[in-house]
Ligand binder design. Structure first.
Ligand code: RUQ
Ligand code: CUA
Ligand code: CA
Length: 645
């Protein structure tokens, strides 16, 4: 779906065609003040305007003052961006679009030692052997449908994992691999009464058991599963076998229902096959019914896994107790719950429509009181080409990305519902060009009951000519749009490295971070326990403990010196260096790098961090501090002396 190749020519031709043939340009959707800003941009008559980078730059000038966060000023919102197949989470300040920090999750990070330190490897568990990840959907935990500032959850499609980030320290503290599935994609959280479950869709259909005895996807033992993870324990709660495959998901405002899109109802393995059916579906899950079945012991388990599994497929054309399948136009993609709790909105992707499913009809749907599942559909507005994701302003409007049209369309939900009954209303409020090919979009606080309609982020997949050229590989383009008024106004282009699939924004008062580590923090508790067994008091002791061929080196750090200026080991020893930063001053982070050993880690104030390596080379090896901490930071060094054996 990338018609981006020659977008500028394509734009020119398309705009021309539109004005010539119908007289109705898509700019026709723009209201009067947009017309004014176009005029400001020095353009000619409306309709013949072709938006170039230059006209946008001029038109956006007046709005830019809104985005400017001056030196010393703070942003109003925290943004959390997925890092896509780069594997990390990025913290942004909104509206400035400044990147504040990166949180390594499914990647290996040289600066912090994520994936290298013992603490991070314990969190990653068995999957620490993977050095890649592909995260898509970051979402913040909620209580009562509002952000509670506790956790962020994110999926790893590449290695079928889900990770949790603690928002008080901005570190990943749990990671699990979802068993018996491939490619965890759509991820959303239960909103009410609080985030008890993380809902995670496994995208790909696989045989069960997947042991090479069959590769037939049409086999009745080939399926995928909807997964619920206990958010507090970060353990699997249950899995639901479904018909077809699963793409995106969202949860409602009662805590009772979750819904997922399926684009491969065909269970096909090729493009043509996946597009065969005119309609695929949205599958709705009845969470209390699944819980009740599990409580009653009515579940199965798969292979070595102890996770309770229920079957949400149809038997002889009859729906299971746990699921209902609502047909929607072929190959839908995003599904989003409106902040008023009224609608699940599924984006059509191959169809120019979104399908509006009324949550008020779901009880009847499950009690088989509707004539057919489609009766839960209360609207199907026609929006434009390639609708992918929808977000909301809390004022009754929805904003849907149109991948193929390279636009965001603002439309009114209740008017679209009225139009479905045959009433003549124009539910489309505005279409805004974005640059180019948008995937996700996200309005401030949109997935909570507090959606405030201030900012809209549009994550455009192609930046093309929007930035200085960077060779064959381009950044993406995260565009910030002001939606506080009647019209959307583009105010900022932000280049982003591969590939922020999705983002969330929280008010800054909803996130409360620690200034320095607490010595009792569970993040490094296991390391503290190992030291205690060695009789070490981490805050004061600087000691080397030999345990056969294992050597444990304990030291403190305080700017600008390590507690041990040198230590001696034997060639071939397995060395674990454990450092406790006894500085209590905010922002004085130290590092530890052992040169030529692939060893690097962060030790922030009051943190304990440890790393293990083999001292395989006899001789003198310098170690040094890698985080600038003091005027004598360069002198913060020491020597490992390795005796020849
Ligand atoms: S999906 S571009 Cu990974 Cu969120 Cu839609
Ligand atoms: Cu310690 Cu730099
Ligand atoms: Ca399909």
């Amino acid at each position: 779906m990338s018609d981006n190749k020659s977008k500028s020519d394509h734009e020119t031709v398309k705009a021309k065609q539109e004005t010539e043939s119908t007289g109705l340009s898509r700019r026709g959707f723009l209201g009067t003040s947009a017309v004014a800003s176009v005029a400001l941009a020095g353009a000619t008559a409306l309709g013949s305007v072709v938006f170039t980078r230059e006209t946008w730059a001029a038109a956006a000038k007046d709005a830019q003052s809104k985005v400017h966060v001056g030196p010393g000023d703070l942003d109003d919102y925290y943004g959390f961006w997925s890092g896509g197949h780069q594997g990390e989470v990025r913290i942004m300040g909104i509206p400035s679009m400044r990147e504040l920090l990166r949180i390594p999750v499914f990647n290996i990070d040289s600066a912090t030692g994520w994936g290298l330190t013992n603490e991070s490897k314990r969190i990653m568990g068995d999957s620490a052997k993977f050095q890649n990840g592909d995260c898509h959907h970051p979402h913040l935990s909620m209580t009562d449908g509002k952000y509670d500032g506790k956790y962020l959850f994110i999926n790893d499609k590449a290695n079928s994992r889900v990770a949790r980030i603690r928002l008080d320290v901005m570190k990943c503290d749990k990671m699990i691999t979802v068993p018996n599935v491939q490619a965890v994609h759509g991820l959303r959280l239960q909103k009410m009464p609080h985030t008890k479950y993380v809902f995670a869709n496994a995208e790909f259909v696989i045989p069960h058991p997947n042991d090479g005895s069959t590769f037939d996807l049409q086999d009745k033992n080939s399926y995928t599963m909807f997964n619920a993870i206990d958010a507090e324990k970060m353990e699997m709660a249950f899995q639901v076998i479904v018909e077809g495959n699963l793409d995106n998901t969202d949860a409602d405002y009662t805590g009772k229902y979750a819904a997922s899109t399926c684009y491969n109802s065909e269970k096909a393995y090729d493009l043509g096959g996946m597009m065969r059916n005119e309609r695929d579906w949205v599958v709705v899950f009845n969470i209390p019914r699944v819980e009740a079945a599990i409580k009653a012991g009515k579940f199965i388990t798969l292979g070595d896994s102890k996770v309770p599994v229920v079957d949400g497929r149809r038997t002889e054309g009859k729906d299971s107790a746990f699921t209902r399948y609502i047909p929607v136009p072929k190959n839908p993609h995003g599904i989003n719950m409106s902040p008023d709790g009224k609608y699940f909105i599924a984006a059509g992707k191959l169809s120019p429509t979104c399908t509006i499913i009324a949550t008020a009809k779901l009880d009847d749907l499950f009690d088989d009181k509707l004539k057919e599942p489609r009766d839960a559909v209360v609207g199907e507005p026609e929006l434009g080409l390639g609708p992918l994701h929808t977000t909301f302003d809390g004022r009754g409007n929805a904003y849907t990305t149109l991948f193929i049209d390279s636009q965001v369309v603002k439309w009114n939900m209740d008017e679209a519902v009225r139009a479905y009954t045959g009433e003549k209303v124009n539910y489309i409020k505005q279409k805004l060009d974005v640059q180019y090919q948008p995937g996700h979009n996200h309005a401030s606080l949109t997935e909570t009951s507090e959606a405030d309609g201030k900012w809209l982020m549009v994550l455009s997949k192609f930046s093309k000519d929007r930035f200085l050229p960077t060779g064959p590989l381009h950044p993406e383009n995260d565009q910030l749009i002001d939606i506080s008024g009647d019209e959307m106004k583009l105010v900022h282009d932000g280049p982003a490295f591969a590939e922020p699939h999705d983002c969330v924004m929280a008010r800054r008062d909803q996130i409360r971070t620690k200034k320095i580590w607490d010595r009792n923090d569970p993040f490094f508790a296991e390391t503290v326990a190992i030291a205690a067994k060695d009789g070490i008091k981490l805050e004061t002791d600087n000691k080397v403990i030999r345990d056969g061929k294992k050597v444990r080196v304990y030291m403190t750090s305080m700017a600008p010196a390590y507690g041990l200026p040198e230590f001696t080991v034997k060639q071939g020893d397995e060395v674990t260096v454990t450092i406790t930063n006894i500085d209590k001053i905010e922002d004085v982070t130290h590092g530890f790098v052992m040169t030529n050993h692939g060893v690097s880690m962060e030790i922030s104030p009051q943190q304990t961090a440890s790393i293990t390596f083999i001292a395989d080379k006899a001789g003198l090896h310098w170690y040094y501090c890698s985080w600038f901490c003091h005027a004598l930071h360069m002198e913060m060094v020491g020597r490992m002396l390795v005796d020849k054996v």
